[in-house]
Design a protein. Structure first.
Length: 395
């Protein structure tokens, strides 16, 4: 009997040890699986965060997320670029991260009103920068405030286009109003009886004709610049002897130069360019006309050219007039921009000539710029491709 009891006890001990070992193996297996699961979950969470960051950083809109205390929790790359921030923003107070007090007001409004829609924000610090801001308060299910999210869209280009449009309409209206008023006034005077005096009638009709021509030039220039800006102008580039084009332009403006006792010079040598003949004459004509108009009486206007490297020819038109102020040099190629508004309108012109020059040169793949020293005249430069074939004569 005793041997059986001992054998049973031994079997029970062995069974206990076997189950204990099995339990430990299962426990180790569970721990390993749990560790793997936690690792997978951490990896998945990290991948999710990485995808989220990549998504937000690919947006052109700036995104800023604040906690309920107003500290930065997240800011994407576009936000940092818009506000010029560097370094880590997370954890910083809003005004510490971005010193724009109006943003604090927007966040406070969002917390009170729930959201702020289409708020226009002008960034301080010089240089016109406009942003559209949308903000929304974040809250939990039990309406406990969690923070604020702000989305920023850059409005700078739209604002500039809108201002350009307004200036364009205002300038066109002014340029049209002046000659139209003169035409209307002189016509009414003629109808009131001045037509019976041949001398007065002739003088009035000459004024009407001159202002009609001014209107025609304005309309033609507006059509030209519209076609150039929209890319509807088809160029016919061909090898052209530059000196021949300059001589033709000089012949067109010889009478105007003589009236002001201005001497025309050319220093272009034997250089040739690859360009549209009609458009090249238009460019040189505008520049020479301006040089005569704004140069000093009895002065000189010189057209020069040189090889600029990279298969380019650099052409210049120089006068010896009063010059252009430094702050105006960067704007002289804008539509209707005038350095001296009163003097420019007295001298005539549409205010579109240099803008047309810029667009024609750029459509040839060239560049245009101006230099000046007050009291020593101004020089306008532009580049064109050098001719690679035998040039054709200008008709």
């Amino acid at each position: 009997m005793l041997p059986l009891i001992i054998l049973a006890l031994a079997a029970l001990v062995a069974l206990h040890l076997w189950w204990r070992a099995k339990f430990r193996r299962e426990q180790d297996s569970w721990r390993t699986e749990l560790s793997r699961r936690e690792s997978r979950e951490q990896t998945t969470a990290a991948e999710t965060l990485a995808r989220q960051d990549a998504l937000f950083d690919s947006m052109i809109e700036g995104v800023l997320v604040l906690d309920d205390a107003g500290h930065v929790q997240f800011a994407n790359r576009a936000f940092a670029q818009m506000f010029g921030t560097t370094g880590i923003l997370r954890g910083k107070a809003l005004l510490e991260a971005v010193r724009v007090h109006e943003l604090t007001e927007i966040v406070e409004r969002a917390s009170v009103e729930g959201r702020v829609i289409d708020h226009e924000l002008e960034l301080p610090g010089g240089g016109e920068r406009w942003l559209q801001v949308n903000a929304a308060a974040l809250a939990s299910v039990d309406r406990r405030r969690l923070g604020t999210i702000l989305v920023f869209h850059d409005l700078t280009r739209i604002k500039k286009l809108e201002r350009t449009r307004e200036e364009f309409v205002a300038n066109v209206s002014h340029e049209l109003r002046t000659p139209l008023s003169l035409i209307k006034g002189y016509t009414e005077t003629l109808l009131d009886g001045a037509k019976n005096d041949p001398v007065v009638a002739t003088r009035f009709l000459q004024t009407i004709e001159r202002n009609s021509g001014r209107l025609q030039l304005l309309i033609e220039d507006l059509l030209t610049i519209s076609q150039l800006e929209s890319g509807r102008v088809t160029l016919n580039p061909q090898p052209i002897v530059l000196s021949a084009v300059v001589e033709k332009v000089f012949a067109d403006y010889k009478g105007r130069a003589a009236r002001k006792e201005t001497t025309l010079h050319q220093e272009v040598g034997e250089l040739s360019v690859n360009a549209d003949e009609v458009r090249l004459q238009q460019v040189l004509g505008n520049l020479v006309d301006n040089a005569i108009k704004y140069g000093r009486a009895g002065g000189n206007v010189t057209v020069g050219a040189r090889e600029a490297g990279g298969d380019k020819i650099e052409i210049s038109v120089r006068d010896d007039g009063p010059g252009i102020p430094p702050d105006s040099l960067a704007r002289v190629f804008e539509r209707f921009y005038r350095v001296d508004k009163a003097r420019s309108r007295d001298a005539g012109g549409t205010g579109l000539g240099l803008s047309i020059v810029k667009h024609i040169v750029q459509s040839h793949g060239g560049e245009v710029w101006a230099t000046s020293e007050m009291g020593n005249g101004a020089t306008f430069f532009f580049t064109l491709p050098a001719a690679k074939e035998n040039p054709q004569s200008v008709s």
